[in-house]
Design a protein around this ligand. Structure first.
Ligand code: 13P
Ligand code: SF4
Length: 299
């Protein structure tokens, strides 16, 4: 299957992008693996005719918004991020009426419809930097209340209004689950994604995006780590650090949508060129503004 994928990639000038949460076998064959910010930048720079995005729909959509002339294909078109939809209809207009200077800051884990109504996008690796750089005092942070709270703590001079959305996988991790693992491995450092609840972040030695967690573990002199994010990062963590030990809260955090990507679906989508992301042009142009602003401010 890998050989056939490779042949089709060459033949069709296609490139495979995979998020760190994609299954190991998919990360193995990908041309680029990374966090959401890195993958958005790669999608923007790519000279390929076809981008196969092994992630969830908001990632494929962002790639298409940035590259209207390219075919962006999803191995499984149903792979979606539930949090991407978690803003109530009418809520953004309501908040804009309340504050004259409101900036709507939209986590990239959001639908194109939400991006269209936003001033700037962020990812977990650039949210603090971008919010700090805004002139606006009042910020409506959508959709993730946990990333929003994490940013608010680091940018106390802004009035950050939170929205009640969250990642079901990260938000289900509890302090008790993490402490159970810590009891078994008292020397392990706790590294967490900011999508986790406050009770988990309060226990953590380091908080950051998937790429930042991997980078921290790579550079750290510690030998053992408790990883509070989706288990897919383990592939890169172990590849980079074969002698270090990585533990996860139980039950192991697993995003079932990310796991819809597999070798069979990658091969099939390369063969058939179906599952293409299509976005209405006027919507694309509106959603492009906050995404480009993120690429600029996040540099
Ligand atoms: P990153 O921004 O770290 O890639 O995270 C994306 C994501 O979906 C986290 O759940
Ligand atoms: Fe969405 Fe959470 Fe899955 Fe990330 S891990 S894609 S935020 S459901």
């Amino acid at each position: 299957m890998k050989k056939r994928i490779d042949e089709l990639k060459q033949q069709k000038n296609a490139v495979i992008l995979a998020h760190y949460y994609a299954p190991d076998k998919v990360q193995e064959i990908a041309d680029y693996i990374g966090d959401s910010f890195y993958l958005a930048k790669i999608a923007k720079q790519s000279t390929a005719d076809i981008i196969v995005f092994c992630g969830v729909s908001f990632m494929g959509e962002s790639a298409k918004i940035l590259n209207p002339e390219k075919k962006v294909l999803m191995p499984d078109i149903t792979a979606d991020c539930p949090m991407a939809h978690m803003v109530q209809d009418g809520k953004i207009e309501e908040m804009r009426k309340l504050y004259d200077d409101l900036a709507v800051v939209c986590y990239i884990n959001s639908t194109a419809t939400l991006k269209c109504q936003s001033d700037v996008c962020v990812t977990s690796s650039n949210a603090v930097k971008i919010v700090k750089s805004l002139k606006n005092k009042n910020i409506f942070f959508i959709p993730d209340r946990n990333l929003g709270r994490f940013v608010a703590e680091q940018v106390p001079d802004k009035n950050i209004i939170l929205n009640d959305g969250c990642c079901p996988i990260h938000a289900s991790l509890t302090k008790a689950q993490v402490l159970d693992v810590k009891k078994e491995h008292p020397n392990a450092l706790i590294l967490s994604h900011p999508e986790c609840e406050e009770e988990v972040l309060n226990l953590s030695d380091f908080m950051g995006s998937t790429a930042e967690i991997i980078d921290f573990a790579n550079k750290s002199e510690a030998h053992e780590f408790i990883i509070c994010t989706e288990y897919g990062v383990n592939y890169k963590l172990l590849n980079d650090n074969p002698k270090k030990l990585f533990f996860y809260p139980r039950p192991t955090p697993c995003c079932k949508d990310m796991k819809l990507n597999n070798l069979e679906s990658v091969l099939k989508v390369l063969e058939n060129e179906d599952n293409e992301i299509k976005i209405d042009e006027s919507m694309r142009q509106k959603a492009l503004i906050p995404l480009e602003r993120m690429l600029e401010l996040g540099k």
